[in-house]
Design a protein around this ligand. Structure first.
Ligand SMILES: Nc1nc2c(ncn2[C@@H]2O[C@H](COP(=O)(O)OP(=O)(O)OP(=O)(O)O)[C@@H](O)[C@H]2O)c(=O)[nH]1
Ligand SMILES: [Mg+2]
Length: 419
């Protein structure tokens, strides 16, 4: 079964907490702080591979939670880090955030590995906070917590050329005679149920051709199979629009041509993609007559006459494809629009807004600092104050006019400004 759209959940591991501990030994009364750091959480890493061609595996395995880092322990022992999880996806898979649909990553290059969800950093143990003036720090930092994400994985095949046309017009036959691909071919509609890719060689050059299930009227609105598969020609640079010019099924090739173009226009920008028209089944008796009608109706369009079955007329078609591809730009990867909610990466680190007489300080850096402080512990508070100074918050408050004794608010905490 071919699957090209799934939803999964991922979560990188939380960082392990740092611990508070003091060295103890017989006959040594006040040993120094020796609380170790927490281990880092495991990361979620994505890899694009060409060993798999579908997202089927994710039907059965939807939850990927990396291990948390372990707590530090005494004797400055660092907690064990959580193991990473490697998620292999077929080349061309888009990773989106489910709710917003924003693109987190376009895994378009085979072998490419990306750490999309880094594990939380382990918190520092109290041993790290020892200074000559603070020999017995009584606090440690908790590990960094990581959020859970709901993702959409969507496979958008990467090929240079896409074959489009009604069912049974000979798309798979064409792919099978110009490449080593062996798609199923049969005289009924919807023989092809999943995209097939083939590498086409022409004059020492090569390109990748994708064959998708046939389209019918209404395909762009979900009729037949076409809609679900149009995403696989979305990133091709060029379409070969294949027409059964023999009208072998009692259909009118002119009408077929118009219907397919209408469907392409309804699906995003597919109608703007450069198209090459190939008239297939030219070996059949009625074909020349239909072709004449087609040419009459569309004198401006260049039509390549072929018989995929008899392998006739293929070279001029392929050469034209090759020449056009040489002129067309490489497909652009999707813009990665999603912004990770990593406090460190977003906007200014902090912001000061004056609310009546109160200076309100907010922002990701401040949030992170607040979550790491134990407000009942003097040393932790001293550390907090030093950090505010180091982050430039104190200077900024002074610049905004804060004087000794003014009130400063952070989250639900209020305290006096002391310069
Ligand atoms: N006479 C003749 N028959 C052809 C030609 N090309 C394909 N056929 C026949 O047309 C039928 C359909 O061919 P396929 O290649 O399976 O068509 P398709 O467009 O891939 O069809 P779907 O996968 O159902 O969309 C088969 O019986 C082919 O043998 C041709 O050039 N001439
Ligand atoms: Mg087919």
């Amino acid at each position: 079964m071919f699957v090209d759209y799934v939803t999964i959940k991922v979560k990188a591991g939380d960082g392990g907490d740092g611990v508070v501990s003091f060295h103890r030994e017989k006959f040594v009364e006040n040993g120094g702080p020796d609380g170790g750091d927490g281990g880092n959480g495991g990361s979620i890493i994505f890899e694009a591979t060409d060993n798999v061609h579908t997202l089927l595996d994710f039907r059965f395995h939807r939850k990927f939670f990396a291990d948390n880092g372990e707590r530090g322990s005494k004797k400055r022992q660092r907690g064990k880090s959580g193991a990473d999880i490697l998620i292999k996806v077929p080349v061309g898979t888009l990773v989106r955030e489910r709710e917003s649909g924003a693109v987190i990553a376009d895994m378009h290059t085979c072998g490419e590995k990306r750490t999309l969800f880094p594990g939380g950093r382990g918190g520092a143990g109290n041993a790290r906070f020892a200074t000559p003036v603070r020999q017995a720090p009584n606090f440690a930092k908790p590990g960094e917590k990581t959020p859970e994400f709901q993702l959409i994985l969507e496979l958008k095949t990467i090929a240079d050329v896409g074959l489009v046309g009604f069912p049974n017009v000979g798309k798979s036959t064409l792919l099978s005679v110009v490449s080593a691909a062996k798609p199923k071919i049969a005289n009924y509609h919807f023989t092809t149920l999943e995209p097939n890719l083939g590498v086409v060689r022409v004059d020492d050059d090569g390109f990748v051709m994708a064959d998708i299930p046939g389209l019918i009227e209404g395909a762009a609105d979900g009729v037949g199979l076409g809609h679900a598969f149009l995403r696989h020609v979305e990133r091709t640079r060029l379409l070969i629009h294949l027409i059964d010019m023999s009208g072998s099924e009692g259909r009118d090739p002119l009408e077929d041509y118009a219907i397919i173009n209408r469907e392409l226009a309804k699906y995003g920008n597919l109608a703007e993609k450069p198209q090459i028209i190939a008239a297939n089944k030219m070996d059949l008796p009625d074909a020349p007559e239909f072709l004449a009608l087609f040419r009459q109706a569309h004198p401006e369009i260049e039509v390549f006459e072929i018989s995929a079955l008899n392998r006739q007329g293929l070279t001029p078609l392929l050469r034209r494809v090759r020449a056009m591809l040489a002129e067309l730009p490489e497909p652009e990867p999707f813009f990665e629009t999603y912004v990770m909610p990593d406090p460190g990466d977003q906007g200014p680190a902090f912001e000061i807004v004056k609310d009546a007489d109160v200076y309100c300080v907010s922002g990701p850096l401040v949030d992170r600092l607040l979550s790491n402080i134990d407000f009942y512990d003097d040393e932790s508070m001293a550390y907090f104050q030093r950090s505010l100074r180091a982050m430039g918050v104190i200077d900024a408050l002074r610049e905004q006019g804060a004087k000794d004794g003014d009130t400063v608010r952070m989250d639900d905490l209020e305290f006096d400004f002391i310069d």
